[in-house]
Design a protein around this ligand. Structure first.
Ligand code: ZN
Ligand code: FE
Length: 238
């Protein structure tokens, strides 16, 4: 599967997926125009819209895409009441595939209660929505710190080489916060240097490997739900 990164809105990312047999998907189209532009420029149609959670900056492109393409809308079963156009509810343990490639929907409550992360093992890709950002994580709008911490454990159990594709480009600000918590962390320093170079060239700081996140993300590195809660609260105030 080929994955293309699409910067949209202020700092969101949508992702276009091209399966090995030609099917096309898009993850979290918070707006439709750049997605349509991308597809048109390449003579592609759209088969599946994937959604990680119900927030407007991840779903607002759906109606316009549905007007143009006869496609499926797959998203969290737990937010079916909040996502108007949902057709295929995704849930943990379900048997799902896109263009012949199996994928899993991890239920990762915290940012929202029904939030999911989409894991494609063959492609070693995790679409983490607003659950996990590079060096950061989503705010606890609906869930508790305990829930988010448990959600992280599902991600931490994946292979180190898994590439994380998050919902936002918040990496520099997140990294600055991580450095305030772990000023001596050499991996963090190195990652920040790399991110500064990428951003200076207007390139995305993602995808990023789980190995790098394990070494640099102070939320994933909290060690306990209590420490995670304290760090999340500190970041919210910063
Ligand atoms: Zn969100
Ligand atoms: Fe968001």
């Amino acid at each position: 599967m080929k994955i293309s990164v699409l910067p949209i809105l202020e700092d969101n990312y949508a992702y276009v997926l091209q399966g090995d047999d030609g099917a096309v998907g898009v993850v979290d189209p918070g707006t439709a125009e750049p997605v349509i532009e991308f597809l048109e420029a390449r003579g592609l149609s759209l088969d599946t819209i994937f959604l990680t959670h119900h927030h407007w900056d991840h779903v607002n492109g759906v109606p316009a895409l549905l007007k143009r393409y006869d496609c499926d809308v797959a998203g969290p079963r737990g937010e079916a009441d909040k996502i108007k156009h949902l057709k295929t509810p995704l849930y943990e343990g379900g048997d799902f595939a896109f263009d012949g490639e199996k994928f899993e929907a991890f239920e990762t409550p915290g940012h929202t209660l029904g939030a999911i992360c989409l894991y494609f093992p063959e492609s070693a890709a995790l679409f983490s929505g607003d659950t996990l950002f590079s060096m950061g994580c989503g705010r606890l709008f609906e869930g508790t710190a305990q829930q988010m911490w448990e959600s992280f454990q599902k991600i931490l159990a994946l292979p180190d080489e898994t590439l994380i594709y998050p919902g936002h480009e918040y990496t520099l600000a997140n990294g600055a916060f991580c450095q305030s918590v772990e000023p001596e962390n050499a991996d963090l320093q190195q990652r920040m240097d790399e991110v500064r170079r990428l951003r200076a060239d207007e390139k995305p700081s993602i995808p990023v490997s789980l190995a790098v996140e394990k070494a640099t993300n102070v939320f994933l590195r909290a060690g306990s739900a209590d420490t995670f809660a304290a760090r999340r609260a500190l970041k919210d105030r910063s």
